[in-house]
Write a protein that binds this ligand. Structure first.
Ligand code: UDP
Length: 467
């Protein structure tokens, strides 16, 4: 009797994130969601991120492929983001192509959607490329619409009136202002980041599919706009909640690139329920020393308790780092707690937390939504300007203080969100949290879309083998 043929190898996926905390985090979570379905995954990571990653996925179907020789500096401005994109394009296009060609079992590449060179790397190989955009659907759609804004004359704009309405981002006509557009739209058409983000996003329809870390009850109408250009979209977020919902174990890995200071949880344990403002501007945003002090005075003068993440590199490097005024030190001792990096998801889930002063990076925004925590928005750059507009004007989950940074405004807005309108914002945040949780439970929209994605990857695997 002839021996049984060996079983076919499992579908093998290359996952390639853009090297920044929010992107690496989201794509590792995607990886963790795909592994239990029996997929094998090669995860491309830069040498710097590989060194920094504080937890390691330990799974037989998983391997890191470390990329050497990339730009390792900060990415706190659009220019530096562009440097990174250029550097990645040059170094990793041939590397990715060699990986695809040299490995006949690759079923598909899931690349960060801002790395459109993945399309060139896979060209002619028959291996599908799926783009994962780690930004919100609303930011993705605004990026996509930049060309329409230019064609209609809404971009570039001159003068200082940032409250002028924008009407050529479809689906956002009623509430979008100039100041809510991605930050680089303020810099004129010759801005390199504007050109790059616009042209890269316009290439999205060339990918075989798009994955978005969002859910239909949050961004369904905007996803429908994108679908007119990119029909095959998988909305599978919020990823961190999705992972917890499918996981049998209670703890999930943090994927943090920085060491977390968990002592703040002990401090939170000692605070009354819903009394603390959590403050964090994510992993990239920087503030000037003046802005730092304005926030600090605002927090102390608000008389509210606060937990504040002051990263080592939060204050712009060339700014004076002289001593903090004693009244701020006193006020912080009484009601505040400072850390260099927090276990953010645990912080937001803590019963003592009442609101989140955030830069509205997309991960932070989703983490706040899942935890049912109202937001005060202070967007720094890129997608954050539009996320914060949606937080206030569409989802009614808090207030947007973009483009202002003075102690009086901080006191006023903190008071508004944590006192005057606390019940209203808590109620709407709880409603949205319920919808988010529903989407990632069995039968929910994100849950079903992830199942569909896995099935489609398995089908791609069969089609690749038939080539
Ligand atoms: N984060 C964290 N601890 C902190 C601050 C941030 O774990 O003290 C995490 C946060 O939970 C989120 C990520 O860092 O998952 C930041 O991503 P986001 O998209 O919000 O902003 P970015 O850092 O990309 O600007």
């Amino acid at each position: 009797m002839a021996p049984k043929p060996p079983p076919p190898p499992p579908p093998h996926v290359i996952i390639f994130p853009f090297p920044a905390q929010g992107h690496v985090n989201a794509m590792l979570k995607l990886t963790e969601l795909l592994l239990p379905a029996g997929l094998h995954i090669t995860y491309l990571i830069t040498a710097k991120d590989h060194r920094s990653l504080t937890t390691r996925l330990n799974h037989p179907g998983f391997q890191f492929h470390v990329i050497q020789g990339l730009y390792e500096g900060p990415m706190d401005t659009g220019d530096k983001l562009s440097v990174m994109i250029d550097c990645l394009t040059e170094i990793t296009t041939p590397l990715l192509r060699n990986l695809i060609i040299g490995n006949p079992v690759i079923s598909c590449v899931i690349a960060d959607g801002i790395m459109d060179f993945a399309l060139a790397a896979a060209e002619g190989t028959g291996v599908p490329v799926v783009f994962f955009r780690t930004v919100s659907a609303c930011a993705f759609w605004a990026y996509f619409s930049i060309q329409d804004l230019i064609n209609s004359g809404e971009l570039p704009f001159e003068g200082t009136n940032l409250d002028e309405r924008i009407v050529n981002v479809k689906g956002m006509e009623g509430f979008l202002r100039r100041r809510d557009l991605p930050s680089f739209c303020r810099s004129g058409l010759s801005n390199r980041t504007l050109q790059q983000v616009s042209s890269i996003t316009r290439r999205a329809p060339d990918a075989d599919a798009i994955i978005l870390n969002t859910f239909d009850d949050l961004e369904g109408p905007i996803v429908s706009q994108i679908q007119k250009h990119c029909p095959n979209i998988y909305t599978i977020g919020p990823l961190h909640a999705h992972l917890k919902s499918r996981s049998t174990s209670k703890s999930t890995s943090s994927n943090s690139l920085f060491e977390e200071d968990k002592t703040c949880i002990g401090w939170l344990d000692r605070q009354p329920p819903k009394s603390v403002l959590y403050v964090s501007f994510g992993s990239i945003a920087t503030v000037t020393r003046d802005q730092l002090l304005e926030f600090w005075y605002g927090l102390v003068n608000s008389k509210k308790r606060f937990l504040w993440v002051i990263r080592e590199d939060l204050v712009s490097s060339n700014d004076d780092k002289s001593k903090v005024p004693s009244e701020l030190e006193e006020g912080t001792k009484e009601r505040g707690y400072l850390v260099g990096w927090a276990p953010q998801e645990d912080v937001l889930a803590h019963p003592a937390v009442c609101a989140f002063l955030t830069h509205n990076g997309w991960n932070s925004t989703l983490e706040s939504i899942i935890a049912g925590v109202p937001m005060i928005s202070w967007p720094f750059f890129a997608d954050q300007q539009i996320n914060s507009r949606f937080v206030e004007a569409v989802w009614k989950l808090g207030l947007d203080m973009k483009d202002t940074c003075n102690r009086t405004t901080v006191v006023r807005i903190v008071n508004e969100v944590m006192e005057v309108r606390k019940d209203e914002f808590t109620e709407s945040a709880n409603q949205m949290a319920k919808l988010a949780m529903k989407s990632v439970r069995e039968g929910g929209s994100s849950y079903c879309n992830l199942d569909r994605l896995i099935e489609d990857i398995k089908t791609m695997s069969i089609q690749c083998k038939d080539k």
